[in-house]
Design a binder for this molecule. Structure first.
Ligand SMILES: CC(C)(COP(=O)(O)OP(=O)(O)OC[C@H]1O[C@@H](n2cnc3c(N)ncnc32)[C@H](O)[C@@H]1OP(=O)(O)O)[C@@H](O)C(=O)NCCC(=O)NCCS
Length: 166
């Protein structure tokens, strides 16, 4: 398996994967809209590909904001059912964090499982002074600071626009 940046030709396979990993939810529409958004960042749209060229997993981060400062919103992350639990999701997370850090990004924020994401260093965003768009998200709204204490940002978090159409 390799992890690489997505190319437009990969998108039908990616959208099919998202439809299988998140049946009956809005993730396919969200990612389609993210591709058309000014907040799309090609270097942070990553897929895991098998030796036979199948798309087994996918993660995307898009431009977001903490107050007036740039941040990243991570998600969706998905692995093809049948290939879950083999480390693909973790590999995608490590690759995504490393790519963001290499680009000089200061933080990554996400909404997700409080059992899964702390293993990559994510903590409840409110513990860093990052204010959630929806207080009901509670400890599922998490953040990772990149670049040590220089990276600490405070204020209200805002996702890329397509997240507001969910
Ligand atoms: C969540 C997901 C991306 C993880 O990818 P993966 O390749 O299965 O994960 P890995 O093999 O790297 O890691 C497995 C670990 O993640 C945990 N895990 C898997 N899915 C999880 C979930 N939905 N919530 C919490 N933990 C989860 C497993 O229990 C396992 O934990 P362990 O290492 O302590 O045993 C994948 O299972 C998936 O696509 N699920 C459906 C879509 C989804 O729910 N995405 C959003 C996640 S918040």
């Amino acid at each position: 398996m390799i992890i690489r940046a997505e190319r437009p030709a990969d998108r039908p396979d990616i959208l099919a994967l998202l439809g299988q990993a998140f049946p009956g939810t809005a993730e396919v529409k969200l990612v389609r809209e993210l591709y058309a958004s000014r907040d799309y960042l090609p270097a942070l749209s990553l897929l895991a590909e098998s030796e036979r060229g199948e798309v087994l997993g996918y993660v995307i981060s898009t431009r977001a904001w903490i107050g007036a400062e740039p941040s990243l919103g991570l998600g969706p992350l998905a692995v093809l059912p049948g290939y879950q639990g083999q480390g693909i999701g973790s590999s995608l997370m490590h690759a995504s964090i490393a790519a963001a850090a290499g680009m000089g990004e200061r933080s990554i924020v996400l909404l997700g499982s409080a059992d899964f994401y702390p293993r990559f260093g994510f903590v409840p965003a409110d513990s860093l002074g990052i204010i959630s768009p929806d207080p009901s998200w509670g400890s599922h709204f998490m953040a990772l600071t990149l670049g040590g204490s220089d990276g600490v940002q405070h204020g209200s978090f805002r996702y890329a626009d397509p997240f507001n159409h969910l």
